[in-house]
Design a protein around this ligand. Structure first.
Ligand code: SAH
Length: 468
């Protein structure tokens, strides 16, 4: 397996200083599962290439793994010696660790210098193919050239292998480019060869701290890098802590929450449960208040009994993401007429949300200050006054089941409160008597015997036309 890094910024031989490897010599380092060699196929003032070749010893590798009961040849005969896998990333860390840390005693001024770089990965295993390679590297400013590698040159009919030959071109300080490779190669390979522990979070944060939080695919990257939900959640939470832009930090927090709930796929169960309740109420014209990125709207458009959907959210950023998710600009005219998005807040009287059959308020009320809930109730039940209102909110009693959550932490840092079942029911009862609604309660997600379900849902039916 190998990776070649070429600088074409004169004096290109500075690469030797930056990588701490002299262009005239071959350096070899033992990396546990084999040997890593660095050499320079080309070294001139205009163009200088450093190649890292890792010679994996499959036998050493197979001995490192846990002994499996199955006696197969797989541990000895596999793609690991040949492809740019996570092992290449480990080798990069060992061989170019000093460069990645931004240390260059001989020429410190070079460390942050932007260089024109070409990075060649002749055999890259890429789960998700070219699309994922582009989604990972293009936002970081690289031009990506990919070509498929045939399974066997002799038998073109067999088609392409799962490997790509990839060239990345971009302008970046060398340390940054090394970090990109270090973090993204295992993400593309998506098959880690060693146990993932706490220190992996630390590595990811150290190598990705500056650029990862702003990367549009931060979720895939952390999820695949860390593999297990609990680690990904913690990494996302830590990343958001360090972020100054609150919108972006909120987005990363949203992901942390999604990762937390992922094992249950609670989000999906919630969307199904609410959609079922909308259909049971007869569908018709539906307004989704606090629609976020439009996941529920997408789900509703699949229901024939739903004639029209209006999504409202206070966040422009969320609405923009909803527009993309729903591909509003590509929708057929007929479908396009069924859906609209508007910006608005549930804490202001708004005529645009009147005249609907059903309103859904999914995981929104807990984002509103308790003191403002009365206003929200008046706007929703008093003024908009649809026949049916469906509200969901976390059941705080269930939080003890989320092992990764501190004893009094909310599931999302923007939650102003999280209610027990009786708190929610009291709130609903008070609304019922004030605005003339009858509430029924349904659990969402797997109920704990003592704690009840992770999400609670109230379905309000308007008993009579509200008088105010
Ligand atoms: N209903 C969506 C999003 C839940 S996240 C889902 O289940 O996926 C909460 C959303 O409520 C966020 O998008 C946030 O912008 C929005 N929100 C918070 N306060 C609001 C308010 N006062 N009025 C309207 N939307 C609000």
């Amino acid at each position: 397996m190998l990776v070649s890094i070429t600088s074409t910024t004169p004096d290109a031989t500075d690469l030797g200083y930056l990588l701490h490897k002299h262009p005239d010599r071959v350096r070899s380092v033992n990396v546990g599962f084999g040997k890593a060699h660095v050499f320079y196929p080309e070294s001139g003032p205009e163009r200088c290439t450093a190649t890292l070749l890792v010679d994996v010893d499959p036998i050493a590798l197979s001995r490192r793994g846990r002994r499996s009961a199955a006696q197969t040849l797989e541990p000895y005969v596999n793609d690991r010696p040949y492809v740019a896998s996570s092992m290449l990333s480990v080798a990069l860390g060992r061989v170019y660790g000093t460069a990645m840390a931004g240390t260059c005693e001989a020429r410190p001024e070079l460390v942050d210098r932007e260089l024109e770089l070409e990075i060649e990965l002749p055999v890259l295993p890429a789960r998700g193919g070219e699309d994922v390679v582009r989604r990972l590297f293009e936002p970081l400013g690289y031009d990506v050239a990919c070509s498929a590698i045939a399974l066997d040159d002799q038998f073109p009919d067999w088609g392409d292998s799962r490997y790509l030959s990839v060239t990345l071109s971009g302008v970046s300080p060398i340390r940054r480019a090394l970090e990109h490779l270090y973090v993204l190669l295992p993400v593309l390979d998506d098959r880690k060869h060693y146990w993932i522990g706490e220190e992996e979070i630390e590595k990811l944060l150290r190598r990705g701290g500056d650029w990862l939080a702003a990367h549009p695919e931060v979720e895939i990257i952390t999820r695949r890098y860390l593999r297990f939900g609990s680690f990904a959640r913690e990494a996302l939470a830590q990343l958001s802590e360090g972020m100054e832009d609150t919108d972006a930090a909120d987005e990363v927090q949203d992901m942390a929450e999604a990762v937390l709930e992922k094992p249950l796929s609670l989000n999906e169960q919630r969307l199904h449960a609410v959609a079922d309740a909308v259909v049971a109420a007869g569908g018709g014209r539906v307004v989704d208040l606090g629609c976020g990125e439009g996941r529920f709207i997408e789900r509703l458009l699949a229901e024939a009994s739903v004639s029209h959907v209006l999504g409202m959210d206070v966040s422009i950023g969320a609405l923009e993401r909803a527009e993309k998710r729903l591909r509003l600009d590509e929708m057929s005219e007929r479908r396009r007429e069924r859906v609209a998005l508007i910006q608005g807040a549930l804490t202001y009287t708004d005529d645009r949300i009147q005249g609907f059959d059903v309103a859904t308020v999914i995981e929104v009320i807990e984002h509103v200050d308790v003191e403002r809930l009365d206003v929200l109730s008046r706007v929703l039940f008093g003024h908009a006054a649809p026949s049916t209102v469906i509200v969901t909110t976390p059941n705080v009693e269930y939080n003890v089941h989320f092992e990764q959550l501190g004893p009094s932490s909310p599931r999302h840092r923007d939650h102003r409160f999280e209610w027990t079942r009786s708190q929610f029911q009291e709130w609903a009862a008070a609304i019922g008597s004030e605005y003339g609604y009858r509430a029924e309660f349904l659990p969402i997600g797997p109920s704990g015997e003592v704690t009840g379900p992770p999400t609670q849902m109230a379905i309000f039916h308007r008993a009579q036309k509200a008088s105010s």
